[in-house]
Design a protein around this ligand. Structure first.
Ligand code: NAD
Length: 475
């Protein structure tokens, strides 16, 4: 039911043959799913050489023909959605409906970039002298190295793969070693759609070794990373050594501001469902809840009710609404947050501990009465714990929301259009959802400010990230 894992280099699947590797576990059971081979240094060099060869071929392919192959890959993802979703749930833990939604969005992203690649226009700028033509063209940036984490096993890789391919780049992806299977299935869709060998390569290994090897190579011209802030800073420094372009999609700590002029119960239903999606292991997950005093009790009561009704279990079982955490590191992190919260005077109003004695389950948790400088209010929790506190005024809550070094996503609920405009403008964040949580679509830019990173992954900005502008002055 799982999948055969391997490296994909120069159009061939590679496994075994004396390679080192690691076991992939099911976080719902702790049991082994499959063995994953690691790329050797020679494999990484082969992937770089293949990508270099693939670039020459792919950039010479018309945007029209590139789009045809990409659309076919999107169709294959849709045809195979059930299998890919089951692979994803087994290795990552998220419930099957969430995996299915991720896989369907993966197909949408490929399709959107396939189309948008055909609209990567240049322009003619009027010259200062007669007979001079000034032409601005877009060119693919070159070979891309991409590094993706374990929380969205196909969505994160596909944002990078689809944008790179649409722009005419080739790519070497190092997907997560903890959730490799769904990405293997995604790459199979591109291969079966007829993508030429070398254009897309997939490797796994010890992350620090792979990134150091790939980023030291002059073949790589661009890096795209999604993951934690410390690793992002490390990779940005490596990329700077050879002046590679970089997109960094890092962590966040998204404030949610609930104003008294909104329906607090409706807001609680919307945002609680979003909070516990993928057990809170989402970079844009709402993570700090500031509720204006008059509606605090109503919001809190409804939020707690939602959390208590969540059905924890294996994501493949029908009726389960939240799966396990993806790995044991997250369980330790949740326990450390709860301990610190208790020390800081926080009240655990529901949840607060591990669930069951197999797998990495943690109860949906709500904590109140926390000071702003506690661990949970200042460090990205990346788990199913929600701190809910009160605020009095607009200016006060804006200051508190903007007080951290993160700036990825933020949310607000209000019944006033003036407040909606004001909060959208005031929050320092790459994305702001006002009375809406729909901040991640294929068509719109996705990315952070401050220490949450730089560059955008979706929309026309996501395509531009893989192109260079060239100016040709023709006399
Ligand atoms: P981590 O910092 O060890 O790793 C984060 C990701 O980076 C993983 O996918 C890992 O494989 C990769 N990585 C680590 N070192 C690398 C290197 N030198 N080169 C290339 N890739 C490297 O932490 P973790 O325990 O996996 O996750 C913990 C924290 O990471 C979370 O609390 C969260 O803040 C953050 N995170 C963010 C996202 C996101 O979507 N932005 C995704 C996953 C994790």
């Amino acid at each position: 039911m799982y999948t055969q894992l391997g490296l994909y280099i120069d159009g061939k699947w590679l496994n075994g043959e004396g390679r080192k590797g690691e076991d992939v576990l099911n976080p719902a059971t702790g049991k082994m799913l499959a063995h994953l081979p690691h790329a050797s240094a020679a494999d990484l060099d082969a992937a770089l050489a293949a990508a270099d060869k693939g670039l020459a071929l792919w950039r010479a392919t018309s945007a029209y023909d590139r789009a045809k192959i990409m659309r076919k890959a999107a169709d294959l993802v849709r045809e195979r959605y059930d299998h890919i979703s089951k692979v994803m749930t087994q290795e990552q833990g998220k419930v099957y409906p969430e995996s299915r939604a991720e896989v369907m969005t993966t197909a949408d992203i490929i399709e959107w970039f396939a189309e948008e690649g055909r609209r990567a226009y240049g322009r003619i700028v009027p010259g200062r002298q007669k007979g001079v033509r000034q032409i601005v063209v877009q060119e693919p940036v070159g070979v891309v190295a991409a590094f993706t984490p374990w929380n969205f096993p196909t969505l994160t890789p596909v944002r990078k793969i689809a944008a790179a391919l649409a722009a005419g780049c080739s790519i070497v992806v190092k997907a997560s070693e903890e959730t490799p299977g769904a990405c293997v299935e995604l790459v199979k869709c591109f291969a079966d759609a007829g993508l030429p060998a070398g254009v897309l390569n997939l490797v796994f290994g010890v992350p620090a070794n792979v990134s150091e090897h790939l980023l030291a190579s002059p073949i790589v011209k661009k890096i795209s990373f999604t993951g934690s802030i410390p690793v992002g800073k490390h990779l940005a420094a490596l990329a700077a050594k050879t002046m590679k372009r970089a997109t960094m999609e890092l962590g966040g700590h998204s404030p949610v501001v609930v104003f008294a002029d909104t329906d607090p119960e409706k807001a609680a239903d919307t945002i609680a469902a979003f909070k516990y999606r993928n057990a809170g292991q989402v970079c844009i997950s709402p993570t700090r809840f500031y509720v204006q005093e008059p509606v605090y009790n109503k919001f809190l009561a409804r939020f707690i009710e939602y959390a208590k009704n969540i059905k924890l279990g294996d994501g493949l079982e029908k009726g389960t609404t939240m799966g396990p955490l993806a790995n044991s590191r997250r369980l330790d992190a949740m326990e450390a947050i709860v301990q610190d919260s208790q020390k800081r005077g926080g009240k655990i109003v529901t949840g607060g501990k591990r669930h069951g004695n197999q797998g990495y389950f943690f109860e949906p948790t709500v904590i109140t009465d926390l000071p702003d400088d506690s661990k949970l209010m200042t460090e990205e929790p990346f788990g199913p714990i929600a701190p809910i506190v009160t605020f009095k005024t607009f200016d006060e809550v804006v200051e508190r929301a903007n007080s951290l070094p993160y700036g990825l996503a933020a949310y607000a609920f209000t019944g006033s259009s003036a407040t909606a405009n004001a909060i959208g403008d005031a929050i320092q964040s790459g994305m702001v959802g006002v009375n809406s949580i729909a901040i991640s679509t294929p068509e719109t830019p996705f990315g952070g400010v401050k220490e949450s990173g730089y560059g955008s992954e979706g929309g026309i900005e996501g395509l531009e990230a893989y192109t260079n502008r060239k100016f040709i002055s023709q006399g």
